[in-house]
Design a protein around this ligand. Structure first.
Ligand SMILES: C[S@@+](CC[C@H](N)C(=O)[O-])C[C@H]1O[C@@H](n2cnc3c(N)ncnc32)[C@H](O)[C@@H]1O
Length: 342
């Protein structure tokens, strides 16, 4: 389903909820079995009834977010606002929670719910999760509840989450994932049953996309089994922290000149016995694992000050082995690459 169709579908549900109707975006049988909507929450008694009734999630990301007073939180696809309201209480008056949604009707519903709940530290933004209308490095925690599975471009969504997070920031979402092999027809039917319009990600692909975006410490824990290999899961990851004024991010082709200059500077010290000239960029990238290449860059100037890129990992991630390819000593980058899955 294209993005405008997804938004139209949820806008209709928001209008129905504003009219006082009960709404659901999955099959009635699935909804009744639990695991969707308000069933994911232990205690909703302090929330406006319209926020609870419009809950269309597949878990409770706030329960595992470990929010602290004063933090800034972003909820991707905030819908009727249930997770924004819960987060706003946790971060307190010195914190801020942004709810982002592409449906103006959902935003109207969420703003009404926030007003009824007396929440004043929440702001609802109109926009898409593929293009978050916030500057980089302003958010401590990104949450989301059953929205990323709806996106046609999940790699871009994860890259946007990485961009807006501060170094050391946390990503913790509830989402629908595919676990195991499933023939495409059965998978499509199962996805329709649980309401995922554009295709849930297999667990391994989710891990790979998070690593490609730059995240480390990826954990994917199933929370409910919907049958046919479709599960709800809590997906958590961390944006690597670096020293002050530095960020660790994935290496890009546009870093080539700076990375190879650092490489050559390392060779010029005369420490390397096996080569004396840095390779071409093509030779460099061909020799190194694409998902484990990181640079440390100055957050002000963008200048690359170091890189790390191993040649190989052993099959067992707990015993992976590095070749001696890091030409500069950037401990944070090395730690980052070590924490990423082989
Ligand atoms: C399944 S509902 C979940 C709502 C809310 N997170 C909850 O738990 O109740 C999906 C929400 O994401 C919004 N949405 C879907 N695709 C989006 C996109 N690409 N960008 C922004 N919002 C989107 C929809 O408008 C809808 O409000």
């Amino acid at each position: 389903m294209a993005q405008d169709e997804v938004v139209a579908r949820y806008s209709a549900l928001a209008r129905a909820a504003l009219d006082g109707q009960d709404v659901t975006d999955c099959s009635a049988a699935e909804f009744e079995r639990g695991g969707f909507g308000a069933a994911g929450y232990d205690d909703t008694s302090a929330l406006p009834v319209t926020a609870v009734r419009a809950s269309l999630g597949c878990g409770n990301p706030v329960a595992v977010a470990e929010l602290r007073a004063g933090e800034t939180v972003l909820d991707l696809g905030s819908g009727g606002g249930i997770d924004v309201l819960l987060s706003a209480r946790r971060v307190g008056p010195s914190g801020t929670v942004y709810g982002l949604d592409a449906s103006p009707d959902m935003l109207a519903l969420a703003r009404r719910n926030a007003e009824q709940a007396g929440v004043s530290n929440a702001e609802f933004l109109h926009g898409t999760i593929e293009r978050v209308p916030l500057p980089g490095r302003v958010v401590d925690v990104v949450i989301s509840n059953c929205v990323i599975n709806l996106s046609e471009d999940k790699a871009v969504v994860l890259a946007e989450a990485f961009r807006v997070l501060r170094p050391g920031g946390r990503f913790g979402v509830s989402d629908v994932v595919v676990d195991g092999e499933l023939d495409p027809e059965r998978r499509r039917a199962a996805e329709q049953r649980v309401g995922c319009a554009a295709g849930a990600l297999p667990v391994t692909a989710y891990r790979e996309l998070l690593a490609a975006a730059g995240f480390v410490g990826v954990r994917i824990a199933p929370t409910a089994d919907h049958g046919d290999g479709i599960r709800s899961a809590i997906v958590q990851a961390v944006k690597p922290a670096a020293g002050q004024g530095l960020e660790i991010r994935p290496m890009r082709a546009s870093d080539a000149d700076q990375v190879l200059a650092i490489y050559q500077a390392g060779l010029d010290t005369g420490q390397a016995s096996f080569e004396s000239v840095a390779p071409s960029w093509e030779g460099f990238t061909a020799a190194r694992l694409p998902h484990l290449r990181y640079v440390a860059a100055d957050t002000g100037t963008g200048q690359v000050v170091g890189w790390v890129a191993p040649r190989r990992c052993r099959p067992d991630p707990s015993t992976r082995e590095w070749s001696s390819t890091a030409s500069t000593s950037i401990p944070a980058a090395r730690r980052t690459a070590s924490a990423a899955p082989c």
